[in-house]
Each structure stands twice: as structure tokens, then as C-alpha cells.
Design a protein around this ligand. Structure first.
Ligand code: SUG
Length: 429
């Protein structure tokens, strides 16, 4: 079995509206001008890089934005254009929420427990409700439709509806899996917050994590609950994947990521003695530096020779303490042998690094072949996508553009052209 990454293609409405309380990058860049075209091409380059490294790569598609249906639920009437216009006139913030391209961060799309871990031998995928943030709570329905199509021909994969909204669930961003090899039995770590902390919400509720463990049929020795530290949430780690990442035997985490790291590490070592825990001390890299650089929001992957590669955002080499730490780590001859950097600045300015942009699913070769291939990438498809993005995606969105009906029309046509190119019927997603 191997791990397949499904990246969110950045949608044509990508913009900086400052919608995510507790996400410092989103707050800092609120009101800046975005470049959807550049953002989508940057994301696509990361997908190309993963393929060049030998990994199977899929994508999830941008959602319908502005989402007139959501505004209709809020009492606005008429055709799509009238609904958007009325919402913008009455309460621009509603239109901003309906316009967000946040579905690009597919680490928040769902939580995945692959079948080697589960008692019923099926893989379980729970669509995240993302109920903590209004703009993100809109995503679950369209995400669910895409995941159901993607896995339609795989009877061994169960795609579950989102949990009730009272239990905030942010998907794989708060979930880590340790194992000897992807295809072997794993130990799944579910991280929740207890908050709010300094006014910042704890977006993953313990009740959601407990429910996921039950519905994914994980035996007690296959699942651990861990609490995020208040210090991490207060410093802007709105998801655990901003301060920790895992791959096979390696857990790479900041010293202040968890409320009780000693207890967590002891339990991990008890269940998986081969686990290698690489903890970055606060004395060498502060929480602030870790969050500013997105050191941990990286893709940690196993290469063919068994060594691991950490794929980081460019920002990670711009923070001196982080660059020093990475150089020392590579020299130390530990499991992480290589580091690479990618330009993802457009997504990073909204708090989304390499790890946020991908959802990991462990599958065997037969399952990979049975996936709905419209979601799978190859280099030729990447070229075609790049040309389509260059033609249809807006070059720039400034805050005042968000109320412009021409921009709404452009976003709808860009997505329609994308769906058409990939072979999806209008309305299929
Ligand atoms: O949910 N940003 C996203 C970033 C998600 C990052 N994902 C992971 N850590 N896995 C969020 O906070 C910003 C949107 C805006 O401000 O317009 C935003 O939604």
C-alpha cells in the first residue's frame, strides 16, 4: 500500500478577507490583494514536484464560489446574481464568507483511517464539518460529493457524513498516523484543543475526536487522544499540523505542541517501540518562529531509498533559527535526510502551508486504479491545467473587487471550464 496525496486546487476566488480568527497569517494579510492565478500555479507546481519524486498525486476541485445556495439558505432570494448582490448590499461579510476559496486546504477536508488500522477491515473517511468558522462550514457538502465520487468504485472505503456541528471537527489537520510502513497497522493520534485561549477558538473538539475513533472502528491500541497545548493555540497554531507532522515511524513536533508531551510520547513508545520522536526545543526554535516559518506544516514523505524528505515552504529558510535547525538535522544522519523548499506564498499568507494543501490516503495498487481517474494527475494534465488557469483565473483580487458582479461571473466560468476540461458534468459536483 502507498500514500496518495490529494491536493486542493486553489480556486479562482482566492483572496485575503481575514476570516479566520486565531490564524495569524489570515489576520495579518486581511485586506491585501491576492493573486489567484499565481496561487493556483504555485499549488500545481507542488503537485508536479511530488509526482517527479515518484508519488501518486490527485487533486480535489475548487468549490462553487460565490456560493449562492448558502446565501439562499440565509434568506436571500432570486437568481444567483441577485442573491449575491443582495447579500453584499445588506451585509458584505456574508458575501465574503460565500466567496472564500478555503476548500483549497484539503488537510481539513476529512479524517482518514486506512483499513490496516480498523477492526472492520474497511477504510473510513469522515468529511469534516469545519463548524468553527462560518466560511469553512460551507465546505462539507461539496467535499462530501467529491469524496463519494472519488471512492465510488471502492467498496472497502466508507465515506461518512460530517459529525454534528456542535462537535467542531477540522479533519486530518488534527490527526497523525504512525506505523512501520504505510500498509502496516498504524497508531492514530487525534489532537484536540480546549479553549478558547486568549480569545482564539480551539477548533477541534475532543467530542469530535472521540466520535471519529468510534465510527472509524479503531481499537484502543490503535488510537490516542492528545490535547494541544494552550501556548500553541495562543501563539497561532489553530490546527495541530502547524506544530507537528508524522510519517511512518517519525513524529516531528515542537516541544510546546502538546499539553502533556511526556504522557503522549510514553504511550506512543509503548504501542510502537520503533517510533522516532524528533522534538524541536523551544530554546532553539521558539513557537513564534515555528509558526511564522511553518516548519512543521511540511510534507514528510518516505523516498524509495527509505530515507525521508521534508518538503517545506520557502518561508522556512527565511527564519534563521529554523534554517540552522534544518541544516543541523540533515547533518545529524537521522531519519529525515533531505529538505526541499517550495514557493507557496499566496496560500501561506492565509495560513496554508504544504501540509494544509494535501489530504493523505493510504491505498493499494488496485484501489489506486479504481479511483475516479478524473481526480488523478499526470504531467500532461498538469500542463493542461496550467494553461486553463492562465486563461481563466483572475490575476488579482483586491478587497473592493469582492463586491463586483463581473468577478463573480469570472469565478463561476473559470470553475465551469475546469469541470468541463476534467470531464465532470455541470452540477455533478
Ligand atoms: O482554516 N485559512 C485557513 C487555513 C487552513 C490551514 N489548514 C491547515 N492547517 N491544515 C483556516 O484558517 C483564511 C481565509 C481568509 O482569511 O480569507 C483561511 O481560511
Amino acid at each position: 500500500m502507498r500514500e496518495v496525496n490529494f491536493d486542493g486546487l486553489v480556486g479562482p476566488s482566492h483572496n485575503y478577507a481575514g476570516l479566520s480568527l486565531g490564524n495569524i497569517a489570515s489576520a495579518t494579510h486581511a485586506g491585501a490583494a491576492s493573486s489567484p492565478r499565481e496561487a493556483a500555479l504555485q499549488g500545481l507546481d507542488k503537485m508536479r514536484r511530488m509526482m517527479a519524486l515518484g508519488f501518486a498525486q490527485g487533486l480535489l476541485l475548487p468549490h462553487d464560489r460565490p456560493h449562492a445556495g448558502w446565501l439562499r439558505q440565509l434568506g436571500f432570494g432570486g437568481d444567483d446574481m441577485s442573491v449575491c448582490r443582495a447579500a453584499y448590499d445588506v451585509q458584505p461579510a456574508l458575501l465574503r464568507n460565500a466567496f472564500s476559496a478555503s476548500s483549497m486546504w484539503t488537510a481539513n477536508a476529512a479524517t482518514v483511517s486506512p483499513r490496516p488500522d480498523t477492526e472492520d477491515g474497511r477504510s473510513h473517511i469522515s468529511v469534516a464539518n469545519l463548524s468553527s468558522m462560518p466560511h469553512r462550514s460551507i465546505e462539507a457538502a461539496q467535499t462530501g460529493r467529491q469524496l463519494r465520487l472519488l471512492f465510488a468504485a471502492l467498496p472497502g472505503v466508507a465515506v461518512h457524513d460530517p459529525l454534528p456541528a456542535c462537535f467542531g471537527d477540522e479533519g486530518a489537520a488534527n490527526h497523525m498516523r504512525l506505523c512501520l510502513r504505510h500498509g502496516g497497522p498504524g497508531l492514530e493520534i487525534f489532537v484536540h484543543g480546549a479553549g478558547p485561549v486568549n480569545g482564539f477558538p480551539a477548533r477541534q473538539h475532543i467530542g469530535a475526536s472521540q466520535a471519529l475513533i468510534r465510527r472509524h472502528a479503531l481499537a484502543p491500541e490503535r488510537a490516542i487522544l492528545a490535547r494541544q497545548s494552550d501556548a500553541a493555540i495562543a501563539a497561532g497554531a489553530f490546527h495541530n499540523d502547524v506544530v507537528a507532522v508524522a510519517n511512518e515511524t517519525v513524529l516531528f513536533a515542537h516541544e510546546q505542541a502538546f499539553a502533556e508531551p511526556g504522557t503522549l510520547y510514553a504511550r506512543i513508545r509503548q504501542i510502537l517501540p520503533e517510533a522516532q520522536i524528533i522534538e524541536v526545543p523551544a530554546a532553539l526554535v521558539s513557537l513564534d518562529e515555528a509558526i511564522r516559518s511553518y516548519l512543521f506544516n511540511s510534507q514528510l514523505v518516505t523516498l524509495d531509498d527509505g530515507g525521508m524528505l521534508l518538503l517545506l515552504p520557502d518561508e522556512a529558510r527565511e527564519v534563521p533559527s529554523v534554517a540552522r535547525w534544518l541544516a543541523a538535522m540533515v547533518e545529524s544522519n537521522g531519519p529525515i535526510r533531505r529538505v526541499e523548499f517550495m514557493p507557496l506564498r499566496e496560500s501561506m499568507r492565509n495560513g496554508g502551508g504544504p501540509a494544509c494543501l494535501r489530504l493523505r490516503v493510504v491505498l493499494d495498487e488496485g484501489e489506486v486504479a479504481a479511483l475516479d481517474q478524473r481526480f488523478m494527475l499526470n504531467p500532461a494534465k498538469c500542463d493542461a491545467l496550467a494553461a486553463l488557469i492562465a486563461q481563466y483565473w483572475p490575476e488579482r483580487i483586491a478587497p473592493e473587487d469582492i463586491g463586483n458582479p463581473d468577478l463573480w461571473r469570472q469565478c463561476w466560468s473559470a470553475r465551469a471550464a475546469l469541470l468541463d476540461m476534467l470531464g465532470f458534468a455541470p452540477g455533478e459536483l
